[in-house]
Write a protein that binds this ligand. Structure first.
Ligand SMILES: [Zn+2]
Ligand SMILES: [Zn+2]
Length: 194
């Protein structure tokens, strides 16, 4: 595992800036991996799945440290709006969830009171505070369905309404028809006329 500073340099380069969320994300991932005994993320990459609970700065940092990515199915986005992530070892079945403590903001405020603006205060404090004051960590059990695992694509069907292909058992079955989620009424878009 690289050092905090090394990860932060990399994070700044890939994410475009350095920010308190990135510091939290990097430290959160380092803590989770250490807790699972995965001191060298590259070596354990094939058996690690990470769930991030927010789609903000911290998520990029978690992905950077773990090497888990959306396109590899090893990064799962759970839309909870929480600065939290779960790290799951597919081999041992062990998993830990790390969540940023609510009172860490307050600690950050007090810690570098001499630094004027809040952004810098948070940035420095999140680097300096011990893990126990930044995060809560809990052992959890994660239920990963076979169709959610990394690896070769599984089943593939064609939606009977729109004709588009649906991979990995994401189809819906209703009244004897096979439909994609959009045609089954779960769409996030409407097709415009013309
Ligand atoms: Zn950021
Ligand atoms: Zn469809």
């Amino acid at each position: 595992m690289k050092s905090l500073d090394e990860y932060l340099t990399l994070a700044a380069a890939t994410h475009g800036h350095i920010c308190p969320g990135q510091v939290l994300g990097v430290r959160m991932a380092m803590l989770g991996l250490r807790e699972l005994g995965m001191d060298d993320p590259a070596r354990f990459r094939a058996r690690l799945v990470t769930f991030v609970e927010i789609d903000r700065c911290a998520a990029d940092a978690v992905s950077l440290v773990t090497g888990c990515r959306l396109g590899k199915r090893s990064l799962k986005f759970m839309d909870y709006g929480k600065v939290a992530a779960t790290f799951a070892d597919l081999e041992t079945r062990r998993a830990v969830r790390v969540v940023a403590r609510e009172d860490s903001r307050l600690r950050a405020k007090r810690m570098f009171a001499e630094l004027g603006d809040e952004h810098r205060r948070q940035l420095e404090a999140y680097k300096a505070l011990p893990d126990a004051e930044l995060f809560m960590i809990q052992p959890v059990r994660v239920h990963l369905k076979p169709e959610d695992l990394p690896g070769r694509p599984g089943a593939r069907v064609v939606c009977e309404a729109c004709g588009e292909t649906v991979n990995d058992a994401r189809e819906r079955r209703s009244h004897g028809r096979i439909l994609c989620r959009s045609c089954a009424g779960e769409g996030y878009y409407e097709v415009m006329e013309g």
